[in-house]
Write a protein that binds this ligand. Structure first.
Ligand code: AKG
Ligand code: FE2
Length: 421
């Protein structure tokens, strides 16, 4: 049923006034009437309304209420950017970091800087985390200042990151009472991570070069066949915290796909809780993390399924399994992208005991450590199988956590393009 408020918005929009069309579009998004919302945003966009150009572009990017069209989305974002809108610049940087619909060029840095200067919290968050990965004291100060300023603007993840840094004395002398004040104001505590020394990036102090954030050291091979490799310090403590803070409110019991019915069902094989990071809510900082994960695995981000964050409580586990999916599940989820050829998991904390990842065929166990990534193959490509073959030896398990909790993020990487940008 339509309420009086919506009827008033419709009456106002009937004149074709761009601001009224934009408001009507937003009200319809709230009601999940996406196709109609998209049509109103499109009209307001064509009439030069910058915020509507951004909303319309986002709907085109994610295929909400319209067929996905990244190229058109970029066009509308550029129009809004030309009109001086820094939020549009932020979204252009977010598209560019994927390297598909826009190049990863210098413009990406200028765009992020413009959005930071305009005080757009997601841009401040991405920049803070970027500076936070660099050891120079000046970069650390910039990180703290941006986290603080974004938290003041109401950014919950920046407030959570700031509280952890204040509690542990990262980037500033420890200030437990300031951390306690933030906690008292409702800022949630995150899994405690020891202050890590981020791996030195090949970059200068006080620069905001997003390319630096993509640098991934090569994995160290632990087993050739099945292929298993490890990269330490791939993510900073801030990045591990951002992943847990983003996932925490959205955790649900993990499900397993039943090969007979194709349904997702609860199953003792996998007793963790998890949250998938929906591409629509992915911010630039989360995309940078994922581009780096994909780079460490030697695969484009565009081949990745959505990122999954897992939490295991004591006694919870992921029993021996393989990551590749059945022909039936594949048929329902982008068969053109091929199967899950490779996996990269990254540990986000250290459980007090247990929770190693075991590869029985390779005879190895990898222990969780924040920022440590694990890369492994689920398929074999060789002269006999140039198109690849599923590898049963890729069997692996997340061993039960004995004490504390274990947080981990997983990207399953397909053979070909899975994402649009
Ligand atoms: O929890 C682990 O150590 C393994 C996770 C895993 O196998 C997966 O996410 O596919
Ligand atoms: Fe797995």
């Amino acid at each position: 049923m339509e309420d009086a408020g919506l009827a008033t918005l419709r009456a106002a929009a009937a004149s074709g006034d761009p601001e009224a069309l934009y408001r009507l579009g937003n009200a319809l998004v709230q009601r999940r009437e996406m196709e109609e919302a998209c049509a109103h945003h499109a009209r307001a966009a064509a009439a030069g309304h910058a915020p509507a150009q951004i909303e319309y572009a986002r709907m085109l990017l994610y295929g909400i209420g319209a067929e996905p069209a990244a190229g058109q989305a970029v066009h509308w974002l550029q129009r809004a950017e030309q009109a001086g809108n820094a939020v549009a610049a932020y979204y252009l940087a977010l598209v560019a970091i994927g390297g598909v619909a826009l190049p990863r060029d210098e413009a990406m840095n200028h765009r992020l800087q413009a959005a930071v200067r305009a005080g757009f919290p997601p841009a401040m968050r991405a920049a803070a985390i970027h500076f936070g990965r660099k050891p120079h004291p000046e970069d650390q100060r910039l990180c703290m200042r941006l986290l603080h300023d974004a938290a003041v603007r109401g950014d919950a993840s920046c407030a959570a990151l700031l509280a952890e840094r204040l509690a542990l004395g990262e980037g500033v002398p420890a200030d437990p009472s300031a951390a306690a004040r933030l906690r008292a104001a409702g800022v949630p505590a995150l899994p405690r991570l020891a202050a890590s020394t981020p791996r030195q990036m090949p970059c200068e102090a006080r620069t905001l070069e997003l390319r630096d954030a993509l640098f991934a050291p090569s994995p160290e091979t632990r087993s050739r066949r099945p292929y298993v490799a490890v990269v330490d310090d791939l993510l900073s403590a801030d990045e591990c915290r951002l992943l847990t803070a983003t996932a925490q409110p959205a955790l649900r019991k993990s499900m397993v796909n039943d090969p007979r019915t194709g349904e997702n069902v609860a199953n003792p094989i996998r007793t963790s809780s998890e949250a998938g990071i929906d591409p629509v809510s992915e911010d630039l900082a989360l995309r940078i993390v994922q581009v780096r994960l994909a780079a460490a695995a030697g695969v484009d981000l565009a081949n990745a399924e959505q990122l999954i964050v897992l939490r295991y409580a004591p006694g919870e586990e992921y029993r021996p399994h393989r990551d590749y999916i059945t022909p039936r599940a594949l048929e329902e989820d982008n068969p053109g992208a091929g199967n899950r050829t490779r996996t990269i998991c990254v540990y986000l904390n250290i459980p007090e005991a247990g929770g190693e990842t075991e590869f029985p065929m390779a005879g190895i166990r990898v222990a969780p450590k924040p920022g440590r990534a694990l890369v492994f193959d689920n398929m074999i490509f060789d002269d006999q199988h140039p198109d690849g073959q599923l590898d049963p030896d890729s069997l692996h398990a997340g061993l039960p956590v004995q004490r504390g909790e274990k947080w981990l993020a997983t990207l399953w990487l397909r053979q070909r393009r899975y994402r649009r940008f």
